[in-house]
Design a protein around this ligand. Structure first.
Ligand code: NAD
Length: 260
């Protein structure tokens, strides 16, 4: 049952996280959203979430690269929601560059946002979930948690890392009614992907059209982008009671990419 649960979704002002927040709210969860973006757009999203769930959502602008801001966000969630039942670690960024030119600050930022933030949020929610005997921790990984692509060293390292974190925390919490899983999409057409098209074109010396056709979708046997709603539905299933036996898994929604 998702209705009546409290969910925190990091990086949910845009793309996949936004889709997940809308899906969980539509199933009756009270949500805390997080991320950057236009104030008016976030206000509109909050109104939409409240209409869907019938419960007042909360917004935290905490920067997932800053442990102190993450801790403050988790305290706010605990106090305002009265406990976090569903922790959705989704915030993520990308940077594409050959490793010899890869800026060190970009490496550190990607590891902090895409991997370490999930360590901090997970650490904050475990005690409450154990006490209540129910919890769902879901990490938005990627096909890049299973396979690599050139020029994405930090992203692939962070996503492989989060797959390992998922398995470890699943083992530590398995007896407490808590499941911990990763969801690994292939390419989904979100602002994150749109932004990397020109950078990939530059790194590979090809046109932007060729990046879509010969780099991105050539990896996906379906030759189609994965849809946000399909990822959100997978997350909702993992939050359901029917998924109580699924823990420590990494579920791909990648159009067949990693089957190759
Ligand atoms: P997006 O750029 O549309 O959304 C990213 C969200 O994260 C936004 O809400 C943004 O404000 C937030 N964010 C970025 N930096 C942040 C920070 N420092 N602190 C707090 N929030 C921050 O991206 P998306 O494509 O929806 O990606 C969401 C997740 O899905 C990421 O973890 C990404 O790696 C993963 N993913 C995406 C794809 C894809 O093809 N789009 C594929 C596999 C995995």
């Amino acid at each position: 049952m998702i209705a009546g649960r409290n969910a925190v979704i990091t990086g949910s002002t845009s793309g996949i996280g936004r889709g997940i927040a809308l899906k969980l709210a539509s199933e009756g969860a009270r949500v805390m959203i997080n991320g950057f973006g236009d104030e008016a757009d976030i206000a509109t999203l909050l109104i939409e979430l409240e209409k869907l769930s019938g419960k007042k959502p909360i917004y935290s602008p905490a920067d997932m690269s800053d442990p102190e801001q993450i801790e403050a966000m988790m305290r706010l969630a605990e106090n305002e929601l009265g406990g976090v039942d569903i922790m959705m670690n989704n915030a993520g960024i990308q940077f594409v560059s050959p490793i010899e030119d890869f800026p060190t600050d970009k490496w550190n930022q990607i590891i902090a946002i895409n991997l370490t933030s999930a360590f901090h949020t997970t650490k904050a929610v475990i005690a409450g979930m154990k006490a209540r005997g129910w919890g769902r921790i879901i990490n938005l990984a990627s096909a890049h948690s299973l396979v690599a692509s050139p020029y994405k060293s930090a992203y692939v390292a962070a996503k492989h890392g989060i797959a390992g974190l998922t398995k470890t925390v699943a083992l530590e919490t398995a007896e407490f009614g808590i499941t911990v899983n990763a969801v690994s999409p292939g390419y989904v057409l979100t602002p994150l992907v749109e932004a990397q098209i020109p950078a990939t074109a530059k790194a590979r010396g090809i046109s932007e059209k060729d990046v879509i056709q010969t780099v991105m979708l050539s990896n996906q046997p379906t030759r189609k982008f994965v849809e946000i709603d399909d990822v959100a539905a997978t997350v909702a299933f993992l939050c359901s009671d029917s998924a109580k036996g699924i823990t420590g898994s990494n579920i791909t929604v990648d159009g067949g990419w990693t089957a190759q």
